[in-house]
Design a protein around this ligand. Structure first.
Ligand code: ATP
Ligand code: MG
Length: 339
């Protein structure tokens, strides 16, 4: 049986991870789980990168990490565990899928406008190197790194993924009109790679205009590829289009290691109350099952989830207020009862 590494994370992480693994077990998913020590609490134990050497070793051996949200310890010079993980294992593409879910009301679902957008965000470069310093007491400077190979690997991933899912359109979001050299390079690589995929309609939209178009005509977009920071912002915008952070799954794709996690954070305001919505992590888990070729398990769980949402079953963060909200455990059980 395939074994994967699981890191439950901080805040609501353990609650939503337990709910998802409970659903996986009930669905008889043929996977074994090795729980690894990673997160803010591991950082607090004295491991400066937020993971134990054993955890790192296990993840590198198994190749797949299913991960709960992790808190970044406060303070200067401290790196986010999430960013460290992406960098350590060169998971260069962040794939985030935003789809209309029946039962999750949004202005678009009410208007009958279906949404199915995949955002591919570059995951390593850009301003995320955190190379910034004070030039003088009053002047702060940040450096932005965009490379041709770094751009090419994520753009190529986006085109391959778009081809596999038979996308109609692939769009590059950028600000090359202002950042002519950095975003200009990303855009140039996009059109170079596009030449190898003549069947895909490739175009580009300046990122501010893209935001406006996404909130007015989200149904016209299919796959959107962006640099790191712009991709981060645009993907939260897209999460809002389909009902919020509770419904936004993500996969960090590298050549050797892939990390599956929810887009949202640790939600400290509701942690420990067993009321968090596990859907985003469950959707990430379903994407992980498909990545591992476990199509049947993925379909069973996905159908049960969609049916449960359609019935109006919901946690406190969404849904019809006239129907009482379920807690995290009850919500997971409702999905299981619909297998
Ligand atoms: P972090 O620094 O870890 O990102 P945060 O304070 O930014 O933490 P987020 O996790 O990003 O918090 O969440 C933003 C808001 O969305 C919070 O009010 C949180 O309660 C809510 N939220 C996030 N995830 C969920 C979830 N799975 N279920 C319900 N509410 C959620
Ligand atoms: Mg946050």
């Amino acid at each position: 049986m395939t074994k994967i590494a699981v890191a439950k994370g901080d805040g609501i992480g353990p609650e939503i991870m337990d709910a998802v693994l409970h659903i996986f077990t009930a669905a008889k998913v043929p996977l074994e789980y090795e729980v690894v020590e990673m997160g803010k609490w591991v950082f607090d134990k004295g491991y400066s990168n937020g993971m134990t050497p054993e955890a790192k070793q296990t993840i590198e051996t198994l190749g797949i990490l299913f991960k709960g949200p992790m808190e970044t310890p406060k303070g200067k010079g401290v790196k986010s565990v999430n960013v460290t993980a992406r960098k350590t294992w060169n998971t260069y593409a962040n794939n985030r899928v935003f789809q209309t879910l029946h039962g999750v009301d949004t202005v678009f679902s009410k208007a009958g406008i279906p949404i199915d957008i995949t955002v591919v965000r570059e995951n390593i470069e850009d301003t995320y190197g955190g190379v910034e310093h004070m030039l003088t007491h009053d002047v702060a400077l940040s450096r932005r790194l965009i490379t041709r190979p770094g751009s090419e690997q994520v753009i190529r991933y986006a085109f391959e993924m778009a081809k596999k899912k038979r996308a109609r359109r692939i769009t590059c979001g950028h600000k090359a009109n202002i950042m002519k050299i950095t975003d200009g390079l990303f855009l140039e690589v996009f059109y170079e790679v596009a030449k190898e995929y003549p069947a895909l309609k490739a175009d580009d939209v300046i990122v501010d205009d893209l935001c406006m178009k996404l909130v007015t005509r989200p149904d016209t977009f299919d796959v959107v590829v962006l640099t790191n920071l712009q991709g981060d912002i645009v993907s939260d915008l897209c999460a809002g289009l389909v009902g919020g952070l509770g419904f936004a799954p993500s996969a960090n794709i590298g050549d050797h290691i892939c990390i599956f996690e929810a887009v949202h954070g640790t939600a400290p305001d509701i942690a420990g109350k067993n009321i968090a919505n596990p859907t985003a992590l469950l959707l990430s888990g379903i994407a992980m099952l498909r990545h591992l070729g476990l199509m049947e398990s993925a379909a069973i769980i996905e159908n049960a989830l969609l049916y449960t949402l359609e019935q109006g079953v919901h946690t406190g963060d969404f849904g019809n207020k006239a129907i009482p909200a379920l807690n995290t455990t009850q919500f997971a059980d409702a999905i299981i009862s619909n297998f």
